[in-house]
Ligand binder design. Structure first.
Ligand code: CP
Length: 311
């Protein structure tokens, strides 16, 4: 199979097929097995630009750690106020400038469509590191890889996606990505934070979906729960947040009602939706999930640059 990621932009996970994702996961497996020295020769002399106009810990640092691990370098914008955007420069001019410095760009922006806009104006490949409430495709790639590694398969899984399904962009990428693997998905949220209709329409016939208000209704039926934070910063009114805060909490008592091998995933950061007592249980997989972020992103960058280790 020809490398489906070479020179491509990574804007929506919907731009990639099941075969494409499986190709990425095979590359991720290879990356995991390489020694430090073998990794270092994958991207020497290449530069990754991380342009982050919203806060991030995992996405930015894992992309940067991934690039350094495969022998490349990084340059970063970590907040707009340290750049010439503060002087009135627009996103167009910022991207057109950075493209002459780097080989790949990762863009995180509060506006939906920002990553696709950037991809349209630059010849360099752009990775969407999170665009408003729209998508976060590389998060879903690592989420699905985590399911593959820790559950042993992706196909036919039963997964509960819990929390802020209205504003959580990781949810949309995950739902669209999982739809390639015949999932049964239980959407669990407070009524005010139900998944947007656009996803229900898009996923019709591609995934078995049901909507619930209470996790206890379905926890005994699922392989994994994917918990999300209420996106307080995206709610239009502080009163909206007051209505929904604390409306779902994952604790050990709740987990005791699920399967013994139930996986608890979370894209992180978390607020109060998973109690810290869960961290000590074998069900807690969210920190391993974050570790896979570096591996999957190293694999993705390597493929985008068409740098692959020998078989
Ligand atoms: N999961 C995720 O996007 O985390 P950060 O916001 O820390 O990058």
């Amino acid at each position: 199979m020809i490398n489906p990621f070479y020179g491509r932009d990574i804007i929506s996970i919907r731009d990639f097929s099941k075969l494409d994702l499986e190709y990425l996961f095979r590359m991720s497996d290879k990356i995991q097995k390489l020694s430090h020295d073998e990794l270092k020769v994958l991207a020497p002399g290449k530069l990754l630009g991380t342009l982050f106009f919203e806060p991030s810990t995992r996405t930015r640092l894992s992309f940067e750690a991934a690039m350094l691990s495969i022998g490349g370098g990084t340059v970063s914008i970590v907040e707009a106020r340290t750049t010439s955007i503060e002087k009135g420069e627009n996103l167009n001019d910022t991207v057109k400038t950075v493209e002459s410095y780097v080989d790949i760009m990762v863009l995180r922006h509060h506006m939906e469509g920002a990553a696709r806009f950037a991809a349209q104006i630059t010849q360099k490949p752009v990775i969407n590191g999170g665009s408003g409430i729209e998508e976060h495709p590389t998060q879903a790639m690592l989420d699905i890889y985590t399911l593959l590694k820790l559950r042993g398969r992706i196909t036919n899984l039963k997964i509960a996606v819990i929390g802020d399904l209205k504003y959580g962009r990781t949810v949309y990428s995950l739902l669209y990505g999982l739809a390639n693997f015949n999932p049964q998905i239980f959407l669990v949220s407070p009524p005010d934070l139900m998944v947007r209709d656009e996803a229900l329409i898009d996923l019709e016939g591609k995934a078995k979906l049901s909507q619930h208000e209470n996790i206890e209704e379905i926890i005994q039926d699922v392989d994994a729960i994917y918990v999300t934070r209420i996106q307080k910063e995206r709610l239009p009114d502080p009163l909206e947040y007051e209505k929904v805060k604390g409306s779902y909490v994952i604790d050990n008592k709740l987990l005791s009602k699920g399967r013994e091998d139930l996986m608890v995933l979370h894209p992180l950061p978390r607020a109060t939706e998973i109690k810290s007592e869960v961290d000590k249980t074998p069900n807690a997989k969210y920190f391993i999930q974050a570790q896979y972020g570096k591996i999957v992103r190293a694999a993705l960058i390597s493929l985008m640059l068409n740098e692959q280790p020998p078989n």
